[in-house]
Ligand binder design. Structure first.
Ligand code: UGA
Length: 472
């Protein structure tokens, strides 16, 4: 099937590469000519597992990049809208890019086409897109508008696309639903998984055939917002439980094991820490709250989800202060700047927010991130942030080490080397990557989330030298 994808950001690019992998003829179009030129030249603009392989496999054959919407739309049966929906001042999603694309699509429509919104958008967007296309179509032409939300996580977006928990098709008539069913047939029939060249199945994925959920367009729009809001709620819930654990002297890791084994709750998305970030959860929870209010429902639960999330960063900063006493002129090693492990994305990163707050208090930061350094360099241009070549370099002569992103490699540090490199053997872990006892055995004072602080023997001595009394 010939398909056009408008937008070459995370969603558009991954969807384009994966649809080509499923055998479709895809044209990915963007009005950013520089971006298109880079993609044509073989550059891979985002850090995403398997994306370089898929682009190399299909670029110039089944996958083309173009700066021209009319060219991309020619003969396309389906046009995906995958442009950004950034938050507006009032918390609602800014849909002006979606509207602009709908206008242009309307002007270019010639034959029956299914226009599909893939961007995360509030309920009723399909209706608006329909209206805008009708108003801008020169001559009467048949078209449908459907919603096909994505559930891709950054870092694992390719396997999330190819091995999905579900595919949601929100179509208001059979004709458009059929086109989308046909598009995803290689996944729903399981044919793709039998191909020898298929991208390998991720561990734990049950997909032998991807389940398809057919709904109305409004339900599909709500499924996307409600899914992200529920996942954010799970994270805020466990962070609130972690805070209770700290107050009563319980261990949140034991508590999550205990509750996560209840199959009705499940163990995933129950990792406490410094709160959720990224380009999706903060924006989508806020937008869902705003859209519910617009339609007359006061979804206050979501307000609390956001409040707990913001507070989680503040609590971590208080821990840094309580552990180090004064912050001015302290040198802090920071491991992790991305909003989560496995990505170079620093948008709405709790790590970046914490570094900013520490810089404001007069700290000097020595930072390391396996993938996000380039983006962080631009973010902290002119600030007291030194970018280091590895965790040990960052830890060298630092007053404390802060772990702010859950990169796998940060969970496997050579603790002996870290303890030796630090000026004072103190680790504040915002992601609970270590067992407190293991840290104490290496003489490290270890402060984490929802668990008691342990003070290694060397840590106690060192801290009393630097900070006098330490509130723990
Ligand atoms: C999220 C959703 O997981 C995807 O299903 C969705 O498609 C995507 O948003 C989107 O709307 O486009 P993503 O933002 O890539 O994906 O990241 P997640 O893996 O969901 O993590 C979000 C944040 O929550 C990160 O800051 C992460 O560190 C944090 N998190 C996650 C926790 O603090 N605890 C957890 O247990 C899980």
């Amino acid at each position: 099937m010939r398909v056009a994808v408008v937008g070459s950001g995370y969603v558009g690019l991954v969807a384009s590469a994966c649809l080509a992998e499923l055998g479709h003829e895809v044209v990915c179009v963007d009005n950013d000519q520089e971006k298109i030129a880079a993609l044509v030249n073989g550059e891979v603009p985002i850090h995403e597992e398997f994306l370089p392989e898929l682009l190399a496999r299909h670029r110039g054959h089944r996958l083309r990049f173009s700066g021209s919407l009319p060219e991309a739309m020619r003969d396309s049966r389906i046009v995906f809208i995958a442009v950004g929906t950034p938050p507006a001042e009032n918390g609602e999603a800014d849909l002006s890019y979606v509207e602009a694309v709908a206008r242009d699509v309307g002007r270019q429509l010639r034959d029956y086409t299914v226009i599909v919104e893939k961007s995360t958008v509030p309920v009723y967007t399909c209706e608006w897109v329909r209206r805008v296309i009708s108003l801008n179509a020169g001559a009467p032409v048949e078209f449908d508008v459907a919603s096909n939300p994505e559930f891709l996580r950054e870092g694992t977006a390719v396997t999330d696309f190819l091995y999905p928990d579900r595919i949601v098709i929100g179509a208001d008539n059979e004709r458009s639903a059929l086109a989308l069913r046909e598009l995803y047939e290689p996944l729903t029939s399981g044919d793709y998984y039998r191909q020898p060249t298929a991208i390998p199945r991720p561990a734990g994925s049950p997909s032998t055939a991807a389940p398809l959920v057919a709904t109305s367009s409004k339900s599909a729009e709500l499924i996307k917002h409600a899914s992200n809001a529920f996942l954010a709620l799970k994270i805020s819930f466990i962070n609130a439980v972690a805070n209770v654990c700290e107050a009563v002297g319980a261990d949140v890791e034991q508590v999550t094991t205990g509750i996560g084994l209840d199959s009705r709750i499940g163990p995933r998305f129950l990792r406490p820490g410094i709160g959720y970030g990224g380009s999706c959860f903060p924006k989508d929870v806020m937008a869902f709250r705003a859209v519910a209010r617009d339609y007359g429902y006061d979804f206050r639960l979501l307000e609390e989800v956001m409040r707990i999330n913001d507070d989680q960063r503040q609590r971590f900063l208080r821990k840094v202060r309580n552990t180090l006493w004064t912050l001015k002129s302290k040198r802090l090693a920071v491991l992790g700047l991305a909003f989560k492990g496995g990505t170079d994305d620093i948008r709405e990163s709790p790590a970046v927010a914490i570094v900013r707050a520490l810089l404001k208090e007069g700290c000097e930061v020595a930072a390391y991130d396996p993938a996000a350094m380039e983006r962080a360099r631009a973010e902290f241009d002119g600030c007291a942030v030194h970018f280091c070549s590895d965790p040990y370099h960052a830890a060298h002569e630092a007053d404390a080490l802060l772990i702010l992103t859950d990169w796998e490699e940060f969970a496997a540090l050579d603790l002996e080397r870290i303890a030796h490199a630090l000026k004072y053997p103190v680790v504040l872990d915002g992601r609970n990557l270590y067992r407190p006892e293991a840290m104490a055995q290496h003489g490290l004072t270890y402060v984490s989330v929802g668990r008691g602080t342990v003070a290694g023997a060397a840590g106690r001595g060192a801290l009393s030298r630097t900070a006098g009394s330490v509130k723990e």
